[in-house]
Structure formats: structure tokens, C-alpha cells
Design a protein around this ligand. Structure first.
Ligand code: NAI
Length: 504
């Protein structure tokens, strides 16, 4: 396939790409304007591989073979016999354009020029070239050997055979090739925008603390890390820059609006692990865990009333109330004493109680999207009586499952976050940025979500997701939550979210 591959830029990404390709049997030449960077990268890779030998995961013979396949190049001209060159240099458009035009004078007519850019347009990088049809994106994730996915980005003029070449190379290296057209953020950095921006939005509205939001999203949908833990790991400066870049490139579409909170925290140096303080505190790289606050103990002297036809939820609530020594009323309407629990989809507690004409002091909301056995969410509104909140919290936690009390929010935490993820995923499918299968697989591999956006939609129910979005749009009066046509059509036609549109 490729006889010789040049990798330019021997930083974190370039060295990883060199190691991956050499390990999968390719001849690699590594070049950098700083000679010491090449040496550092090669010895870094040797150390990594040596550790695999020590663990018995790599034979001495394979170790030697891989090392022999990774060679330094002292001059750019030494890449002249390469049939693929991948650049992973600084993220500056003009510098990348110049590198590719310089390369065109060195390599053969047919040599494929690939860029590992994460935020620049592949088409714009190619636009400076004599043969833009041989330029494509080949976007890896850090650390390259462990993140088993690469985006294969088709620029506006990229020839299909080059795309196929990169797909085969990725397959051979054991990485999933996610083919995507050249659009802002490509596939992964685009799809990932919902998780962080919606979490920041909740924080800016005082819905819950970062710790609460993280706990609710780990224990509910099953994310390995909550959004604020993830910001701290990635570095808020990096995440905020991506949020701003995608927002700018989509001409300020409110789906992508970044948060002033992030901008300010970046200015303050609250970047996360690397500065020792982000949304959490770190000492010697270890997160300092704060214990969950204990709730005061109160006397439970009111019955409960639940607005829900869901028999499963009714019996779960009845069971925990029984453990607490409280009762669940069965009437159509609550008694004059009852604590009223509503279960809105996409409405806030205030809107739900107003619509249902329930007492303001005694009405709270329970999130039906929560994972009942792990963590429950109780939502209060400004008119709620504090003792009513305390009784409900205590009663609902009587079986030992923690209850998070949050402030009023259309869609609680889980509904609004999952609905945002599903909505953006379906919009990406609608725009042809990924096929349904590629979308879900890429998001799981690159972002570590327990499911892709379309699978999330099916898990929580696509009709419920659409209702959450419609109600959020109504409550906020904002186009940020407008449902994607892809989602609405598949709900109305009762088709799986993975159903593709017709193609010519
Ligand atoms: P880095 O700063 O670790 O390494 C860049 C290397 O390129 C340096 O060794 C530098 O000396 C060299 N370099 C700069 N200009 C050069 C030129 N004109 N010719 C030859 N060598 C040159 O950067 P990193 O993190 O490896 O990123 C490289 C590229 O990969 C960027 O385009 C970045 O956006 C992209 N990327 C980075 C990811 C990450 O997590 N770090 C993830 C995915 C893509």
C-alpha cells in the first residue's frame, strides 16, 4: 500500500503516529525542524516499546523490527521517496500551507499529503497546493496508539482514491477510520460540543454544582467522567478554545454557544489538573475528593402524591416511601397535606406545577431519566417550602440510594444533557457529516461515551427526547434546543434513529 511514510513534526502527535505506523509494519521517516525533537521522540517511543517487551507484550525481535522501521530524517528532502506524508506540526494555517507547497516540490506527483490538524480546514490547507486533490485530513487522538480511531477527512477537492488509501492504512493499524467531510470540528470535536457547553450552561444558571452534575451524569447515563472532570483532565484552555472555534466556524449557531464561565476561568489559570486547580483541586496529580454533604434529619409527617402514569416508577417510589414510613396517595389530585412530585420532560418544575395547578410550596420534581437504583434527582423551585424539600429528600433516600437536590431547570441535568447530545448527533447525521454507524462508533471510541448519540436516543426513547427538546425550546424561547429534522422525522415516522436518508 504505502512503501514509505513521512511524518513531520515530532511532538506528542507525530511521535505517536510514527510509533503506530511502524508497529503495523510501515517504514516511517520522522522529520522536525528541531533535530533534538526527533531524537527525543524516537527515544520516547523506544522506551514505550521497551516497557511492552518487559511486560511480555512484545518480543525482542518485534521490538528491533519496529525500531528499524522508524528512522530520523535530517532534511525535508529525504522524504522525496515517500508516498504518504503526514504532518503534525504547529496548528497555524499559513505554516501548514507553506510546508505542503514546499513538499510538493520534493515528493512525487502521486504522494498523498495528509494533515493531522484538529481545528483548521483541510480544504484551506489544500488550497495553497498545486494538486489539492492529493490532500486529506488524517486526524488522530492523543495518545495515538491507545485511541483506536482516526478521522479520515475529505477536503472539498480530495480524490476518493486517497481517502481509500488512508482507510486501508488505518484498518491495518487497528484504528477505526471515521470518514467525514471537511466541516468545522470534523466529526468528533463537533459531536463533543453538546456535553461540555450544556453542562456549563447549567452551572451558569445555578442549577447544581459541578460536583453534583458530574455525579448525576456518571451514575445516570454512565459516563466514565462528568463534564467538569473532563474539562479538568483536558485543560479548560484547550476545551474552551475548541468551543470557541466550533462556534465561530458555524457562524454563531446557538447550539454551540461557549460559556463566559469557561473564558473567565481560563483567564484566572483555573485550567484543571495541569495547574492544580480547576473545577476540582489536585495535589501531586491526584484529585482531592470532597465528601458529599450530609442532609439534616427531619420528621416525615406528610403523605406524598406522584404525578406519573408510569407503573414502574410508581411502585419504585411507593417502595422507598414505605421504607421511610411515608405513604403514596392514589387520588387523581393531591390531598391538602401532600408533597406533590411531578415528573416533567423538558419543563422545569415551575412550568409543570403551573400547568397542573399544583400548590407552589409543596411541589417538587423527580427526574424519570435517573438511574433509580444508583442516584436520584429531586428538583425544587423558588417557592418550595424548605421543610418540604428536606422531607422529600430524606424519604426518597430511605433505602440508601443518594438523592441530589438541584435548583429548577428545564430537563433537570440528565434530560437536558442527553437530549442535547442526541440532538447534536442527529443533526450531524442530517448534515451528512457521518453515517449513523460511524457516528456512534466514533463517539464511543474517541470520547469514551458509554453509547453513541443515536443509541442514547433509543435508550431513553426518541419520543421522550423530542418532547424534552420541544419543551426546553418553549421554556427558554431559544433556538439552541430546536430539534434536528432527522430526530423529528424518525419520531413521526416511527423509524429507528439509525435509518439513513435516501442517497442517489
Ligand atoms: P507539539 O507542539 O507537541 O509538536 C509539534 C512539533 O512540530 C514540534 O516538535 C515542532 O518543533 C515541530 N514543528 C513546528 N513547525 C514545524 C515545521 N514547519 N516543520 C517541521 N516541524 C515543525 O504539537 P502536537 O500536540 O503534537 O500537535 C501537532 C498537530 O496535531 C497540531 O496540528 C495539532 O492541532 C494536532 N493535534 C493535536 C492533538 C493533541 O492532543 N495534542 C490531537 C489531535 C491533533
Amino acid at each position: 500500500m504505502f512503501n514509505r511514510i513521512g511524518v513531520i513534526g515530532a511532538g506528542a502527535m507525530g511521535r505517536g503516529i510514527a510509533q503506530l505506523l511502524a508497529s503495523s509494519g510501515q517504514q516511517v521517516l520522522l522529520y522536525d525542524t528541531r533535530a533534538e525533537a526527533i531524537e527525543d521522540a524516537l527515544s520516547f517511543n523506544r522506551n514505550l516499546l521497551q516497557r511492552q517487551v518487559a511486560k511480555g507484550k512484545l518480543s525482542e525481535a518485534d521490538f528491533d523490527a519496529i525500531n528499524t522501521r522508524m528512522q530520523p530524517a535530517a532534511q525535508l528532502e529525504q522524504l522525496k521517496d515517500c508516498d504518504l506524508v503526514i504532518e503534525a506540526i504547529v496548528e497555524i494555517l499559513e505554516v501548514k500551507q507553506k510546508l505542503f507547497t514546499d513538499l510538493e516540490a520534493i515528493v512525487s506527483e502521486d504522494c498523498l499529503l495528509a494533515t493531522n490538524t484538529s481545528s483548521l480546514s483541510v480544504t484551506r490547507i489544500a488550497a495553497g497546493c498545486q494538486r489539492p486533490e492529493r490532500v486529506a485530513g488524517f486526524h488522530f487522538f492523543n495518545p495515538v496508539p491507545l485511541m483506536k480511531i482516526v478521522e479520515v477527512v475529505r477536503g472539498s477537492r480530495t480524490d476518493e482514491r486517497y481517502i481509500q488509501g488512508l482507510v486501508e492504512l488505518a484498518d491495518k493499524a487497528g484504528h477505526f477510520p471515521a470518514i467525514t467531510p471537511d466541516t468545522p470540528g470534523f466529526l468528533v470535536n463537533h459531536a463533543g460540543r453538546a456535553f461540555g457547553t450544556e453542562a456549563l450552561r447549567m452551572l451558569s444558571e445555578g442549577v447544581a454544582t459541578p460536583q453534583q452534575i458530574d455525579r448525576i451524569l456518571r451514575d445516570g447515563p454512565g459516563f466514565r467522567m462528568g463534564p467538569f472532570e473532563l474539562f479538568d483532565l483536558t485543560g479548560l484552555d484547550v476545551s474552551h478554545a475548541v468551543m470557541e472555534s466550533v462556534y465561530e466556524q458555524f457562524y454563531h449557531d446557538p447550539r454551540y454557544t461557549p460559556s463566559f464561565i469557561a473564558g473567565q476561568r481560563v483567564a484566572a489559570g483555573l485550567l484543571g489538573r495541569k495547574t492544580g486547580q480547576g473545577f476540582y483541586r489536585y495535589e501531586e496529580g491526584q484529585k482531592i475528593e470532597q465528601p458529599e454533604p450530609a442532609a439534616e434529619t427531619v420528621l416525615i409527617n406528610r403523605p406524598f402524591w406522584l404525578q406519573s402514569d408510569d407503573q414502574g416508577l410508581r411502585s419504585q417510589v411507593a417502595a422507598v416511601l414505605q421504607t421511610a414510613g411515608a405513604t403514596l396517595e392514589n387520588g387523581e389530585r393531591p390531598s391538602a397535606e401532600a408533597i406533590c412530585l411531578v415528573t416533567p420532560l423538558g419543563e422545569d418544575c415551575t412550568a409543570a406545577l403551573t400547568r397542573q395547578q399544583l400548590p407552589t410550596a409543596r411541589t417538587l420534581a423527580l427526574d424519570s431519566f435517573a438511574n433509580w437504583d444508583k442516584r436520584r434527582t429531586l428538583m425544587r423551585q423558588p417557592a418550595a417550602d424548605a421543610n418540604v424539600v428536606a422531607q422529600a429528600r430524606q424519604a426518597l433516600a430511605a433505602d440508601g440510594v443518594p438523592v441530589e437536590v438541584i435548583n429548577d431547570s428545564p430537563g433537570f441535568v440528565i434530560q437536558r444533557l442527553i437530549a442535547s447530545v442526541v440532538n447534536l448527533g442527529t443533526e450531524i447525521a442530517q448534515k451528512g457529516i457521518a453515517t449513523p454507524d460511524t457516528l456512534d462508533r466514533a463517539i464511543q471510541l474517541a470520547l469514551g461515551y458509554p453509547q453513541g448519540p443515536l443509541a442514547f436516543g433509543e435508550r431513553y426513547g426518541k419520543q421522550a427526547i423530542l418532547t424534552v427538546l420541544n419543551n426546553m425550546q418553549a421554556v427558554y424561547g431559544e433556538p439552541r434546543y430546536r430539534p434536528s429534522p432527522w430526530l423529528r422525522r424518525r419520531v413521526q415516522l416511527d423509524l429507528p434513529l439509525t435509518t439513513p436518508d435516501f442517497q442517489e
